[in-house]
Design a protein. Structure first.
Length: 98
């Protein structure tokens, strides 16, 4: 049936990207040599270039910048909910009571 998906450690990915950068072979040649799809190797190189300080993070983890953005988005959502509640309360208490 389906083939089991390979999982590679952070260290393996970093070593592979360094190997790719140091060798004068094409990605398809290296992909065949390492038995890893070309698209996977291409993604690893792209991610390494984009995030040189912390290119590969563990599964389910977020980069520090992504984690901060997520926290701030949650905080903004909470504040927006508070504002909506206060607006409803203001509208309720500002009605004339007859």
């Amino acid at each position: 049936m389906g083939e089991r998906r390979q999982r590679h450690s952070k260290e393996f990915k970093e070593q592979t990207v360094k190997y790719i950068q140091q060798n004068h072979k094409t990605l398809p040649e290296l992909a065949e040599e390492l038995n890893i799809p070309v698209g996977t190797l291409s993604n690893w190189v792209r991610v390494h270039r984009k995030f040189e300080d912390e290119p590969f993070i563990g599964s389910g983890n977020l980069r520090e910048s992504d984690r901060l953005i997520k926290e701030k988005d949650a905080y903004i959502k909470d504040l927006e909910e508070e504002i909506a509640i206060l607006k409803k309360a203001m509208h309720y208490f500002s009605k004339d009571r007859k």
